[in-house]
Design a protein around this ligand. Sequence first.
Ligand SMILES: [Zn+2]
Ligand SMILES: [Zn+2]
Length: 467
Amino acid sequence: MTGISSMPPDVILEILVLLSDFATLSAAIRTCKRLYETFQFRSLLITHAVLRNAAGPALVDAERLDYYGCVHSLPEEGHLESAEWKLTRDAAARMERRGRDVLFLENFFSLRYKDRTSLSSRLDAIEELRFHRAIYRYWLCYEILQYDALREQDSDFEDDDEDEDEDNYQDIHPDDLGLNKEQRRARDALCDALVTSSSEELFELVEICTFLKDTEIWHGRAVAPTSPIQPVPYWTTVNPEKLVASLQTRQMRTDQYDSSGQHELVSNAARKLLRAHKIPHERVSQARPKAILTSVSGADDRCSRCHAICGTDLFGSTNMYLLSGILPFSEQLALLPGLLHRNRDEVRLLDQYVRNHGNPIPVDVRIRQMMELEPDGDDADYEHWSKDEWYCLDCIKTLLRLRFMLWWREEKQKSGVTLQDDCWYGYNCRTMTHKSSHALKLNHLCKPTRGDAPNVTPANNAPVGTT
Ligand SMILES: [Zn+2]
Ligand SMILES: [Zn+2]
């Protein structure tokens, strides 16, 4: 640290305010006396600067959320900027933690909607600010609803005479359709919290509601490998913190769907305020307003195989893993040729293999292996695939139709299984779908040599297999 000892205090200050988080700051001031002295002298300025680096560009929204979490009311205007408000170590740690969660979501958002070629966010400074403030406002709404629900439980005995009068109004406002009294009250509490938001910020919030909901649905599909996909009700709560934890651990959190109405209430509140801002109805009712991104990288990019313009919906090495929630395993199975997906014994073996004792083989790995196959003879498909190219979902499905069965046959052989004799009816064999002894006795991962021609439509033309 001799270099630092001779640095002017201004330079040391410049270094400290650039540190990305409090762990680094703490380590730095413990290792060097000069750094420690500078920190002591300008601790408030340095702590706030590091907090800004750790919590992201929407610091005021992050602070508002933290304030609400502590006292269950919103700060007076200007309070967070005043000397009355002191940043405590605990508050800084909480905001830093939330900042990491928000960054995680930003990276995911960026990969899906901004730049499919990068796992870390490519949002520009303005887009990042919009994303962060919207997430923090959503999160604040989530906390308000949680607190409101708790209060609601405590005050169940209250008389609702006043509200009954309200229900007699002849013109129910469109914002209130489908909401009961409690939900309307909770929604109005959100409107109070959001009342200072501009129209632009409210549109960002509506977009974030849709993004979080879509991400939750994507995750639900990705973690249900072969079981039928469980429908995720539109109105379920999205808890940003739990969503991030689920995405990181790839586990379904059973307590994620423990409440009702809240997602809908956040966007409902934002839409109600937008109507109050006299925004035209058509704009307010948009499901996904494009409010966060100014531009999208590769928006006009084409599929390498079919040349369709698919932009961010193209899949390549960085984002192929997203297929786990877009084309879940149960839907991949349906792309096996003929009647194979109805061969329960084969599907069970394949499922066990892919699950791999709790350490599943990810879809992007399987897709890459299928691309690298070099089928010849009867299996030749004369297709060229490359992991360095970008493909649309339809072409990925074509790859699975052509090579999923071949891949599985090769994987079986590689793992030491000796394939039985081919059944004459191959993947079109009907007997394998209802007779386990037959399904297990012969190999069906092959083209039919008898019966109908290969690739018949199973539903209409499946041959009657014999044993
Ligand atoms: Zn294509
Ligand atoms: Zn058969």
